[in-house]
Design a protein around this ligand. Structure first.
Ligand code: BES
Ligand code: ZN
Ligand code: MN
Length: 483
């Protein structure tokens, strides 16, 4: 466990900082020893995310935690208030707060959100620094009245499972490309599967070629590192349905022969396996969370490199489902590897498929860095994905699967080409993916914009976000088969 978590009735003796929730209106808790006017004079109004540290010479510091309007309290506000608590607490190691026992949000959900906020804001990537001083919080005590203690415990336990999984994904995504090759990513998945009790199969290059997975084999052609496909399976007794998750696992995207320009964004392309990391992290939680649906996860792992053996423009690949693709840009590689993953997913005739990928720069132009694009072939399924994103505070916005643009993918020599025109790149990439879904309900999450943050922001810690992990966990654990 990343953090010692206790449900308590009074502040533990070792507490270094006590978080005290304060709304914008109403009484100020007496434990702060400050009037509303005195707080306001120090710039603290109780707005969501605001903090004010009140040190004490003898005992623990009290930290006022803004939670906004009491009537508008939500799990998303609490998660961020908990994150703000961690940041305001600085080097203090042992935190206590009553955030998990507030009116308006049920104790279980509140405890989960607060636990998530603390663990996620406390995360830092220090893997390759000699100075490993990073995260400072060691313990969190949630102050809860006896009647709600059991519910809070359940919620906090779920919060630990989920937030730890997100941190595992962030760690993988932040890892430099030489340290996280496709083989290493597959090794991490195998180790994870053994720890949490998932089924796992790993497919190497020859196996993928024999299976007809021309997309992933083709993208890998220029590399000295072999590809890997990982299939993870979670099968509960009497499953309520079957969902397949497919993640883009490009461990480094140079663009291939269509080499990317030499700018700062190039170094971010170690994060092009964010989708696969989110799928792996999601799968790792399902047994602990007692997910009722069966879930299969595909991690499509390779890098995308230029070399004498690399994929060339004008080459034609035959994908797992038999469709042929003429390559017009080797930097549109994500859709090629997803095509094989989606084909395999559809073959198993699941109730629904989701893929998640850092697929297009176009989605950043369209939606910016604060929400992912969602496109799908089934509105009810897209709605479930978007609702999960809203609950997880991983926002999404839907773009249309506009069939009128399908002709932009027409090829003179193959069934389609791998890029459309200069506009609507997220839509044309989705139309490409749709060719491999065999009409199974499917939603595509394009998370290029949300894959990283440049600085700490609420529960997001600078660097990789592992966006989609909590969305997917929420989605599959609340899955209801579509009519
Ligand atoms: N991995 C990139 C997309 C990306 C860009 C993710 C920036 C995160 C930040 C993807 O493989 C890519 O290169 N897409 C191309 C597609 C184009 C060639 C049709 C793009 O968006 O430019
Ligand atoms: Zn890419
Ligand atoms: Mn690319």
């Amino acid at each position: 466990m990343s953090l010692e978590l206790e449900i308590v009735r009074s502040v533990p003796r070792n507490a270094d900082a006590i978080g005290v929730p304060v709304a914008t209106e109403g009484a100020v808790p007496r434990s702060l020893g400050m009037s509303r006017a005195a707080l306001a004079a120090n710039g603290f109004e109780g707005k969501a995310g605001q903090t004010l540290v009140l040190p004490s010479a003898a005992g623990p510091a009290h930290i006022a935690l803004g939670i906004g309007k009491a009537g508008e309290l939500s799990v998303n506000v609490l998660r961020n208030a908990a994150a703000a608590f961690v940041r305001a607490a600085g080097a203090r190691a042992n935190l206590a707060t009553s955030l998990a026992d507030l009116e308006g949000v049920e104790a279980r959900a509140a405890a989960q959100a607060v636990t998530e906020g603390v663990i996620l804001a406390n995360y830092r990537y220090v893997g390759l620094k000699n100075d490993k001083t990073g995260s400072s919080v060691k313990s969190l005590a949630l102050l809860v009245g006896a009647p709600r203690a059991a519910a809070a415990r359940t919620g906090a336990d779920r919060g630990v499972v989920i937030a730890d999984a997100v941190c595992v994904a962030r760690e993988l995504i932040n890892t430099p490309p030489a340290y996280l090759t496709a083989r290493k990513l597959a090794d991490a998945a195998v180790a994870m599967a053994a720890t949490v009790g998932l089924g796992v199969e790993v497919f190497n290059r020859d196996q993928l070629a024999a299976m007809g997975c021309g997309g992933i084999v083709g993208v890998n052609a220029g590399s000295t590192e072999p590809p890997r496909m990982v299939r993870l399976t979670y099968t509960p007794k009497n499953p309520t349905g079957h969902v397949v998750l497919v993640g883009k696992g490009v461990t480094y995207d140079s663009g291939g022969i269509s080499l990317k320009p030499n700018d700062a964004s190039h170094a971010l392309m170690k994060m092009d396996m964010s989708g696969a990391a989110a799928v792996l992290a999601t799968m790792s939680t399902l047994k602990a969370l007692k997910c009722k649906a069966a879930v299969t996860g595909y991690l499509m792992c390779t890098d995308n490199m230029p070399s004498g053996s690399a994929l060339k423009l004008g080459d034609v690949l035959t994908m797992r489902n038999g469709k042929t693709v003429e390559i017009h840009n080797t930097d549109a590689e994500g859709r090629l590897i997803l095509a094989d993953g989606l084909s395999l997913a559809a073959e198993s005739k699941p109730d629904a498929i989701v893929d998640i990928a850092t697929l297009t720069g176009a989605v950043i132009a369209a939606l910016g860095e604060k929400m992912a694009g969602v496109v799908g072939n089934n509105q009810a399924w897209v709605d479930q994905v978007r609702a999960a994103g809203a609950r997880a505070d991983e926002p999404t916005w839907q773009l249309p699967l506009a069939r009128e643009y399908r002709k932009l993918l027409d090829s003179n020599v193959a069934d389609m080409r791998n890029i459309g025109g200069p506009y609507a790149g997220t839509i044309t990439s989705s139309l490409f993916l749709d060719e491999f879904t065999a009409a199974v309900p499917w939603a595509h999450i394009d998370m290029s914009g949300t894959m990283k943050v440049d600085g700490n922001d609420g529960w997001l810690a600078k660097g990789a976000t592992a966006y989609g992990t909590r969305l997917l966990i929420d989605l599959v654990t609340n899955f209801s088969p579509l009519k």
